[in-house]
Design a protein around this ligand. Structure first.
Ligand SMILES: *Cc1c(COP(=O)(O)O)cnc(C)c1O
Length: 461
């Protein structure tokens, strides 16, 4: 059997550093798609410039349609922990493909992936969906069905996908009305009725006293508290031990604790962030890595709760493509590869630790204040002078110099490093990143910090 050899796109006629083809595609895309993209952060709105249209991805690299090659720190926003086009995943998907792409009837791979996920995470039962959004939305419906309660609690700056009741985070323009009930918040998207938003109470991450006070006042009405066990979606925020204790106390009020591990599951350890941090949620949500780059989500937990899900129980949830054979094959190959390589998380941690130290040195040398939060292979370098590791809340993260970040991001991109195009996102390191990528990245960072410092000085003088 011959395998198609991936063909690199021909260099753009305008030269290797041109973005002509991306610009042309972006113009066509804007004519037929809102903002020209199918998910907002891809549009580069907060950093400016033209989004790069990607032609192919292999290992630690993305290649765009103009022929430029980038060291990739997005990893499709988390799923590509093994790097792109990993042979085990490619072969598993190719094998599944030859047997048909969707059945609408159960198949063995769904059972195998469910067995693997439940065993590795210490969960009784799991249900697959096709996205993380579906997983969190369904877990909340289940929590409401199980408890018979209406309200849910989330934390400011935590992202759980785009279901109506979760697009509530009360950013700076939407802060809690001082006269309103504790935790009341406004929707953060048009199209979310205030009546839905009113069922979502919002409080601060890493503020155990605020969570305790909210549970004290409203605990008997609260079905669930949903949280990111390590936040990636406000930049990386790591929970304090006191906050972890307060999360466990919500169970005393009869509320379910829902860990949204869509980003952190199989990213921070084989048992996720909850395993790493000693968290014991009632329900967990997964996505991203468990699909190995294909569309998958999942939610799971104790049998007595999961048995409320249809067809066994009264809480309805379904999906035409749920448990899709290609997606299950990619997830199985990814999780099996992770499990077979016990050192993989230590290697990811070591690379990312050296990346953090190198960024700190480069920024310090250039006189650019940064504050690095890192855990495992997740990292955010906030452009602000707080001590490293000390940014713990959305409000603190929001104090970053986003213009300074944007200038630095563009400097990195120009030097072939594709960082997350927002100050308030994590980057993701993959197992395909090696010393060669690390030193190229740090050389680029040094130059980009120096240039960004020069530009900032020019702007203020
Ligand atoms: C990405 C993400 C989601 C949403 O998953 P989608 O597959 O994009 O719907 C939910 N929660 C967290 C923590 C995420 O990082």
């Amino acid at each position: 059997m011959t395998r198609d050899v991936p063909v690199a796109p021909a260099p753009s006629p305008a030269g290797p550093s041109s973005t002509a083809r991306s610009e042309a595609l972006f113009a066509r895309a804007r004519a037929v798609t809102p903002g020209g993209v199918n998910s907002p952060v891809r549009a580069f709105r907060s950093v400016g410039g033209v989004p790069r249209f990607i032609a192919s991805a292999h290992g630690a690299y993305l290649t765009d349609v103009d022929g430029a090659r980038y060291i990739d720190y997005i990893g499709s926003w988390g799923p590509m922990i093994l790097g792109h086009d990993h042979p085990a995943v490619r072969e598993a998907v190719a094998h599944a493909l030859s047997g048909g792409t969707s059945f609408g009837a159960p198949s063995a791979r769904e059972v195998e992936l469910a067995e693997l996920v439940t065993r590795l995470t210490g969960t009784d039962k799991v249900r697959f969906t096709s996205s993380g959004t579906e997983a969190t939305m369904s877990a909340l419906r289940l929590a409401r069905g199980f408890t018979g309660r209406k309200f849910i609690v989330k934390f400011r700056g935590n992202y759980h996908g785009h279901a109506d009741g979760l697009l509530v985070e009360a950013g700076s323009g939407l802060m809690t009305n001082a006269d309103g009930p504790l935790g009341a918040a406004a929707p953060s998207s048009a199209g979310v009725p205030p009546e839905y938003a009113a069922l979502t109470l919002v409080t601060e991450y890493n503020d155990p006293a605020a969570l305790d006070a909210l549970m004290q006042e409203r605990g008997a009405e609260i079905a669930a508290v949903i949280f990111e066990p390590v936040v990636g979606n406000a930049g990386v925020l790591v929970p304090t031990p006191d906050f972890v204790d307060a999360l466990h106390r919500v169970k005393d009020a009869g509320a379910l604790l829902i860990a949204d591990e869509v980003m952190t599951g199989f990213r921070l350890s084989l048992s996720g962030a909850t395993g790493l941090l000693g968290l014991e949620p009632d329900l967990s949500c997964w996505g991203k890595i468990i699909g190995g780059g294909l569309p998958v989500g999942a939610y799971g937990g104790r049998a007595e709760i999961m048995e409320f899900v249809s067809p066994q129980g009264p809480v309805y949830q379904a999906g035409t493509l749920s448990g899709n054979p290609l997606a299950m094959a990619a997830g199985l190959a990814t999780l099996r590869t992770l499990e077979a390589d016990p050192d993989i998380y230590a290697r990811l941690d070591a690379y990312t630790a050296r990346l953090a130290a190198g960024l700190q040195d480069a920024a310090h040398a250039a006189g650019v204040p940064i504050s690095v939060n890192r855990i495992g292979s997740m990292l955010t370098a906030f452009h602000q002078g707080a001590p490293h590791g000390s940014v713990g809340s959305y409000a603190q993260a929001a104090g970053s110099d986003t213009a300074g970040f944007a200038a630095w991001f563009q400097g990195m991109l120009a030097r072939g490093v594709y960082w997350a195009p927002s100050q308030f996102e994590s980057i993701f390191v993959s197992a395909a990143h090696t010393d060669a990528e690390l030193s190229t990245t740090l050389d680029a960072a040094h130059t980009a910090y120096t240039a960004a410092a020069g530009a900032a000085k020019g702007a203020t003088s």
